[in-house]
Design a protein around this ligand. Sequence first.
Ligand code: PMV
Length: 347
Amino acid sequence: MTVFEATCTAPVNIAVVKYWGKRDTSLILPTNSSLSVTLNQDQLHSKTTIRASADFTSDRLWLNGIEESIPSNNRLVACLRETRALRTEMEAKDSALPKLAQLNIHICSENNFPTAAGLASSASGYACLVYTLSQLFQLPLDHSDLSIVARQGSGSACRSLFGGFVAWDMGEKADGSDSKAVLIEDEKHWPDLQALICVVSDAKKGTSSTAGMQLTVKTSPLLQHRIKDVVPKRMEDMIAAIKEKDFPRFAELTMRDSNQFHAVCLDTYPPIFYMNDISRSIIRIITEYNKDGVKAAYTFDAGPNAVIYAPKENMAEIYAILSHYFPGHVFDDSLSLLKDGASVAAL
Ligand code: PMV
């Protein structure tokens, strides 16, 4: 029996203007636009293989080697439904195409980094799932179109379809057709910029981003200020800083946005804490390091791990400082940034 197969990889992205809050929870439409930097997928990635065969009796999924239920995962079901519907349309138009849409599939996905530790595993995971499905089904969609499907798996996943500097335009339409990722500058634009990921803890986070952001939407007045008065202007400023490769401006906006995201978490009732004492000491260390001019930026997602952005020439000094404050930890491997977005590993 013929088996159809596709394997792809997708990178992690780390937001510098954070997404936090949904205006539509089933379509995953955000309350604000966001912007991220895609990391080099040679170092951090999700890798997914999908097979379709008439021999398979049901759809099945393995995540990092452990089988997970598909029907109980509405978001995964949405990504499968959307991509199969597009394949069904293609097959209806061209009778020579193999009938893939009706076959059951087996999905095998792995991350080469800790899952759910605030390292955006859902972003690379869903970007990879949707991109691999698009390759399997040979869907004639560009990366922005695919980002609309990936968004329905995990909001931040839409930004991992591209390398480089990527905005998620929140859109206005109720059906979500204009809520998608757009490339601001590609991975070649700012080769001097690097990211260092400090894994403070690889334990699974306490409050999921889904639960956390909905509680914030319901209870935080600060979020309303953020989405109306802060983010629209910050998106413009961030795009300008990236285009001009203005590191001090990029860094200040990144740190202010991380601070405000965690302030919004604290303003949620009951409050949500993602950073721990080590995270806060990293903020103090970088603040001290920036005393005479901004040389590095920290940012924290929904977990305690820090991502530090800095020009390449400052990285050795940053490792030395962090190694001094955290003896026993090794800070010697900067992750050079900005490779492609989701891509085909093998077919
Ligand atoms: O896409 P989610 O549900 O994993 O949410 C991600 C939220 C943050 O990582 C905190 C911010 C962002 O824009 O990536």
